[in-house]
Design a protein around this ligand. Structure first.
Ligand SMILES: Nc1ncnc2c1ncn2[C@@H]1O[C@H](COP(=O)(O)OP(=O)(O)O)[C@@H](O)[C@H]1O
Ligand SMILES: [Mg+2]
Length: 173
C-alpha cells in the first residue's frame, strides 16, 4: 500500500488538530499505520527554539515535511497539522513528499476568534503577543487544495466525511 501525507493548513483554532485525530481513527480502522505531526508538539521538541518569523516558520515546516516524507516512504500515513501560512513552503513540502494531499481547513476569522482555544487571539488582539497568524501575521490561502472543509458551517463529522471521500476519490483510501 502506498503511503501518503495529509497536510492540514488553516488559521489557529480552525480545526486542524481536531480533524487529524478523527481522521486518524478512521484510517486506523482500515489497518493502516498513522502518525500525527502536530505543530504544537513539534514546536516543543523537533523545532524547539524556533520562533514565528517567516524564516523560523519555514524551517519548522521543512522539518515537519522531512519527517512526513520518511513516514510516507515507509508506506504509512502522516497527518500534519501546522498553520503553515506560506504558500511557497507548502509547495516545497508537496514536491518533497509527492504523495501529498492538501486539506484547507477554512474557517471565518471571527469564528476562530470566538473559539480561541488557547487564549492566543485575545493576547494577539491586545498586542501582548506579536506575529500571530490571522491578526498580525499573514495567512496565504491555498489556490488549489485537493480538499477544502469549512469548519464554520460544517460539523466535525461533515468535515471528516468530506476528507474521507476526497481521499477515496484520489485513490488513497
Ligand atoms: N467542522 C469542524 N471541524 C473541526 N473542528 C471543529 C468543527 N466544528 C467545530 N469545531 C471545533 O473547533 C475547534 C478547533 O480546534 P483545533 O482543532 O484545536 O484547531 P487548530 O488545531 O486548527 O488550532 C475545536 O473546539 C472543535 O471542536
Ligand atoms: Mg492544533
Amino acid at each position: 500500500m502506498n503511503g501518503f501525507t495529509v497536510w492540514f493548513t488553516g488559521l489557529p483554532s480552525s480545526g486542524k488538530s481536531t480533524l487529524a485525530k478523527v481522521l486518524r481513527d478512521e484510517i486506523e480502522k482500515k489497518n493502516r499505520h498513522v502518525e500525527i505531526l502536530d505543530g504544537d508538539e513539534v514546536r516543543l521538541r523537533l523545532s524547539k527554539g524556533l520562533g514565528f518569523s517567516k524564516k523560523d516558520r519555514d524551517e519548522n515546516i521543512r522539518r515537519i515535511s522531512y519527517v512526513a516524507k520518511i513516514i510516507t516512504r515507509c508506506g504509512s500515513v502522516a497527518l500534519t497539522c501546522a498553520i503553515s501560512p506560506y504558500k511557497s513552503i507548502r509547495q516545497e513540502a508537496r514536491e518533497e513528499i509527492q504523495d501529498f494531499i492538501e486539506v484547507f481547513v477554512d474557517c471565518e476569522l471571527e469564528q476562530c476568534i470566538k473559539r480561541d482555544l488557547k487564549g492566543l487571539y485575545k493576547k494577539a488582539l491586545s498586542g501582548e503577543i506579536k506575529n500571530f497568524t490571522g491578526i498580525s501575521d499573514p495567512y496565504e490561502k491555498p489556490d488549489n487544495p485537493e480538499i477544502t472543509v469549512n469548519t464554520s458551517s460544517e460539523t466535525i463529522e461533515q468535515s471528516l466525511k468530506k476528507i474521507v471521500s476526497g481521499l477515496t476519490k484520489l485513490g488513497y483510501l
